[in-house]
Each structure stands twice: as structure tokens, then as C-alpha cells.
Unconditional design. Structure first.
Length: 262
């Protein structure tokens, strides 16, 4: 394609970039503005909204609750999915397509339907709602963990490694911890970071199941939007910063794994 014919492509990319960047830039400026109501530009810049955000104990508590809920849910997902995927892929390959079809079902299940189904199913059973949220988180990130672990297993010659370890007298438990996990740890890490970023932005499930009884960072953001636009903008920027760091780590580990495989 000649340079003269590339300008429509560059124009579309530029317009798309502006469409994505301008709202974020305006949000950033509003989170730093002292006042921005009747003027084109803010009357001044300040960091007091960020200071108020971090001085607010409800924000800190919401952040801690979010991290605790996500970390516990992720730990359960890894403990369940890792051995399951390894066993199915290595020992029952004929069942892999069936297992994959079942695991990928949550892709077609919107969060509001999942939350409504959980409430309807367990409304007559005294199950703590936090456990329901944790179970819902498990279902939401299950496809991502499955794909990441499965792709890592198939990217290396795992069968030959396991056979060599068995010839050397290693039992199944030692093979799992000394051979399989070290060779797929980057895939586990990338899948975990991706799942963490998805759960960190989850609002529908938590709000419908527990609501304000367990205020996470997204529920806090929804509530603070009714109080102060400046502080809510600061929360959005902090939230996007966390997701950007997670995205950078995912790209870093993914590219590192690709270079190593090449």
C-alpha cells in the first residue's frame, strides 16, 4: 500500500485514538480541577480530591474488601482449575472437548442473569451472600483460567517431560509440583492477572447479591458519584491506573513467554 493510500487508515486510527483518549483526559483534568463549571478551562488545579479520597476510611475499607474478596476467589479458582485442567489434558484427552464446552459456558451468561439465578436458587437456603459472590467470581473467571492453563500445557512438550520424570522414578505428586507447574507458571500468572483485572471491575454481581452490605470499590464509586464528581473522577483515574499496571504486566509476561518459546 502506497503512502498516498494510507491516509484514510491513519485518519481512522487517529480519530479512534482521540475518541478513547479525550474522555480519559477530561476525567483526569476534572479530578485535578478546583472548580470547573461555567468556564472552558478549570479555574485551577489541585490534588485535594485525591487527598480526600485516600483520607476517606470508606474508600480504604472498600479497597481492602475488594482485594480480599478477589484474592480469596482467585486462590480457590487456581486450586480447583489447575489440577483439573492438568488431569483432563494429560490423562483424559478425549474428554477435553466436552470439558472445554462446559467451562466456556459463562462467556454466554451475562452478570445480571448469573446474579438473579444465584439469588433465586439460594434464597431459601441460609448461605452467606459473600460465598455466593465468591462462587459467582469463580464462574466468571473460570474460562480465562482454563484457557491460560490449557494453552500453557499445549505450548510445551509436557507429555515427554512427564514420561522422562516417570522413568527417573518421580511419583505423580512430585511431577505435578516439580515438572508441570514450573513449566506453566507464566501462563498461570498471566491468567491470574487477567482474571484479577476482570474481577476488580466487576459491579453487577456484587451490587445485586450483597449491595451496600459489602461495599467494594465499584459500589463505592457508584455511591460517591452521587456526592462529588471530583472525587469520583479521582477514583476512576486510580482505578484505571491499577488496570493499566495489570495490562502492562500481562503484556510483559506474554511477550516474554513468546520470545522464550521462539
Amino acid at each position: 500500500m502506497s503512502e498516498g493510500k494510507k491516509w484514510p487508515f491513519y485518519l481512522i486510527v487517529t480519530l479512534l485514538a482521540l475518541y478513547l483518549i479525550i474522555p480519559l483526559f477530561v476525567t483526569l483534568v476534572y479530578s485535578l480541577a478546583t472548580s470547573w463549571t461555567t468556564t472552558i478551562l478549570p479555574s485551577g488545579l489541585t490534588l485535594k480530591w485525591y487527598a480526600q479520597m485516600f483520607e476517606d476510611p470508606t474508600f480504604i475499607n472498600a479497597l481492602i474488601r475488594t482485594l480480599v474478596l478477589i484474592i480469596v476467589s482467585m486462590a480457590v479458582v487456581i486450586l480447583v482449575m489447575l489440577p483439573t485442567v492438568v488431569i483432563v489434558s494429560m490423562h483424559f484427552p478425549r474428554l477435553e472437548k466436552l470439558f472445554q464446552s462446559i467451562v466456556l459456558l459463562p462467556y454466554a451468561m451475562p452478570g445480571i442473569i448469573l446474579a438473579s439465578g444465584l439469588l433465586q436458587t439460594y434464597s431459601s437456603i441460609e448461605v452467606p451472600k459473600l460465598i455466593l459472590v465468591g462462587g459467582a467470581y469463580f464462574i466468571v473467571v473460570m474460562p480465562y483460567m482454563y484457557q491460560g492453563i490449557r494453552n500453557s500445557l499445549h505450548s510445551v512438550n509436557m507429555s515427554s517431560m512427564i514420561e522422562a520424570a516417570e522413568l527417573l522414578g518421580a511419583n505423580q505428586l512430585k511431577i505435578f509440583f516439580s515438572v508441570i507447574i514450573p513449566n506453566i507458571k507464566k501462563g498461570i500468572l498471566v491468567s491470574s492477572l487477567l482474571s484479577f483485572s476482570i474481577l476488580f471491575g466487576e459491579f453487577t454481581l456484587t451490587n445485586l447479591v450483597v449491595g451496600g452490605n459489602y461495599e467494594t470499590i465499584q459500589i463505592y464509586l457508584f455511591r460517591i458519584m452521587q456526592v462529588s464528581g471530583h472525587i469520583s473522577s479521582a477514583v476512576v483515574i486510580a482505578y484505571l491506573l491499577v488496570l493499566s499496571i495489570l495490562s502492562f504486566l500481562i503484556i510483559l509476561f506474554t511477550n516474554g513467554r513468546k520470545r522464550k518459546s521462539v
